[in-house]
Structure formats: C-alpha cells, structure tokens
Design a protein around this ligand. Structure first.
Ligand code: ZN
Length: 147
C-alpha cells in the first residue's frame, strides 16, 4: 500500500459496499434489468424510475448479491443517477466504461464520475472489471427500455 490514493479509493469502495446506497426494490419501476457475472457469481436486479412526464431519473434501486466491488459500484451508481436525464446518465456510463477499459491509464473526469472514480484502480484487474460494470450494464439496459 505505497500509493496513498490507492488506499483512499479502496476506502471509498469499502464504504460503499457496506452503505449500499439505493439497495431495495422500487415500488413502481419504469424499467428493470437482471444481470449476472458468472465468473464471480455476482447478481443484480436493477430498477429505474423516471420523474413523471420527464426523462429525468427519480430513483435507481437494486437488489442482489456478490463481491464487494459489484455491491460498491451499484451503490455509487445509485448515488449518481437521481436527477440526471437518460442522456446524461448514458454519458456517465460511457465515461465509466471507458475508464474500466483503460487498465488504469489516463485521467478520468472526476466531475462526471464522482465517487465512481474510485474504481479506476479496479480497471487494472481484468477479472474484476465485470464486477464493477455489472450494475452499470443493467442501468444501461433500463435506460434503453425507457428511452
Ligand atoms: Zn464480483
């Protein structure tokens, strides 16, 4: 643990894996997707609700089980999504995916990613990228259904 930033980011992931923002089913979801990561055994059911008559996300809820990276990344996403439009959240997902494919190279946009930037270190571990992407892939599916 020579890199203090790496330690800080690990703390963000650890905190979110316990905090689990957005954990729980939404009462009347506008869209729902189930995704599975067979390599690790992570599963998620993710739901999105829009503010009535708008394309703005009112709430993002999820249930499921898996490793701390998959849980933490769902929690971070659930914190970021409310208030964003479908197009804005899709753009955020695109930035997150680019970072997760970067293998730790480059400087992702912290203004867009917020706490999700903590997962940059995970992008160096190819086996764990799917854990981090799971919730975001499910959300992307929901957005496609809602658009
Ligand atoms: Zn996992």
């Amino acid at each position: 643990m020579s890199d203090p930033l790496a330690g800080l980011y690990q703390q963000v992931i650890l905190d979110h894996s316990k905090q689990r923002t957005g954990f729980g089913a939404l009462p009347h979801p506008g869209a729902q997707r189930f995704e599975r990561n067979p390599t690790c055994g992570d599963e998620i059911t993710l739901q999105v609700t829009l503010e009535p008559g708008t394309d703005r996300i009112a709430a993002l809820g999820w249930t499921g089980s898996g490793c701390s990276i998959s849980q933490a990344s769902a929690s971070v996403l659930a914190g970021l999504a409310p208030g964003q439009t479908i197009a804005e959240l899709q753009a955020t997902i695109d930035v997150f995916r680019a970072m997760m494919r970067s293998r730790g190279v480059g400087e992702p946009d912290e203004d867009v990613l917020g706490d999700a930037i903590a997962f940059q270190g995970v992008s160096k571990f190819v086996m764990r990228v799917k854990c981090a992407m799971l919730a975001w892939v499910a959300a992307e599916g929901c957005l496609a259904d809602l658009a």
